[in-house]
Design a protein around this ligand. Sequence first.
Ligand code: TPU
Ligand code: MG
Length: 581
Amino acid sequence: MLDTPIHSIPNKLRGAAANTKAYTVGSYLAERLFQIGLKHHFAVAGDYNLALLDQLLSNKSMEQVYCSNELNCGFSAEGYARAHGAAAAVVTFSVGAISAFNAIGGAYAENLPVILISGAPNTNDLGSEHLLHHTLGTHDFSYQLEIAKKITCAAVSITSASDAPALIDHAIRTALLEKKPAYIEIACNISSALCAAPGPISAVVTENPSDQQTLDAAVEAAAAFLRGKQKPVILIGSKLRAAGAEKAAIDFAEAVGCSVTVMAAAKSFFPEDHPQFTGIYWGEISAPGAREIVDWSDAVVCLGTIFNDYSTIGWTAVPSGAGVLTADTNRVRFDGHDFSRIHLRDFLAALARKVEKRGATMIEYERIRSERRPEKPAARDAKLVRAEIVRQIRPLVTPDTTIIAETGDSWFNGVQLSLPRGARFEVEMQWGHIGWSVPATFGYALGAPGRRIISLIGDGSFQLTAQEVAQMIRLKVPAIIFLINNHGYTIEVEIHDGPYNNIKNWDYAGLIKAFNAGDGHGRGLRATTGGELAEAIKVALANTQGPTLIECVIDRDDCTAELLTWGRRVSTANGRAPSPR
Ligand code: TPU
Ligand code: MG
């Protein structure tokens, strides 16, 4: 999250509630979204939400941004939340919302506060004999709310204007505090009904403090735990950002003085140019030295880590045992202790003041570290290969760059890029929905204007959500999209191959002309050699009026060594026989 993350905006800057004005349910919602810092909300129109969209438009401080479909709308909001701290998406009942639910599941898995707002049936139709369009064709319209409850931290249905302020505040507050999505359903005849004016926004955004006694006890015990260790190492995980603890983790690491390794899903959450950065830890496919440092350590301090089958390479790399200390957003566990109701950043800040220096893993790392060998440029007319694509992308990564890496070999290509201070890296590794990166790029770019956005995406993934490039053209988003056309689902080929991994080829570069439709400034270019790629990159850097998609054509089996190793391990984990009951 960049520039003005929600949690760092002082309350007084969040916009004071103008309680002299008459509010409707929709304009109340708009005011709250604006007060929490949103400058945009994403939407797809439908008759259940049209009156609501009008109300949201009446707030001139926020821009309404349209998406091509509701799945993309949800993922655009998800990308915006990554850049901006929170986001909102507005959709119509069922046909819209149920598509958006997939992206909302993603926001849950990825710890992002996305507010999904759905139009809903007129209150006069509830409990009546009326059958309604866009429903299951029964008289029960509650199923959408019931589904939403499973995939959000708060789900509310607004069928009365007088209840609306409290319900809206509850949903937004819970999402911001828990860093999870929330759901607000508004009956279509209620969004323009008058309601109370918003009160101070502090009621929505103020966090509960850590429990001081628990914090003191946790810090005392953790300091004693670390005093008993010679070679601790820190492992950074992807929940660190949601916990708002990135800065606290740096201070803590400097106080301990040990090596810091970072999980792939948390790349960029600890600066890669920091002297204690020891590389990406990903079991067998770790950066050189990172795995050894974790394996040789006697304590692994896990900060916001998520160990799933992918991040542990089929359960082959799970730090375990009495040497593991796990510190999460609101909970710290280790060696017979389990403390809750303490914020990770409070814990790290207090522990940093108590710990003794433990630099043995840095000394060890300095002895084994190896510099990356400089890559030789390919001949300009040689057939394009994956390694040459990565080599040419490296110099594009500036401190104001964000790399958005799609599920597929793009994960492994992206992880290989070194980040200067300030550069960010976004992956959706827990949910892993192919196609996420196209709308997420769109949303992220709107949430972080001024940053250079570089997206890496495979051909198979692109086919799911390609339409959102048209919205980038519409809003003149100058993202650079490297589309790796390896003619299929290579990541799946490496896990388990079959005819289902072959896809219909598209003219990906040519598609941009169709999306431009005469008035857009998107550029679509195809590179089949290193020379063509270099020329295409020049065009992309010069195009400030829209996205540039560079279709990079490579062989089907030209992938990273990391994908091959990872795929084999994941395949073994998937293929385990059922355990006897
Ligand atoms: O570079 P490469 O070829 O590995 O990537 P590409 O071409 O984007 O292929 C991705 C293939 C893939 C699939 C089909 N990766 N994961 N899946 C499974 C999958 C299916 N449907 C959704 C929505 N998400 C998935 N991850
Ligand atoms: Mg592919």
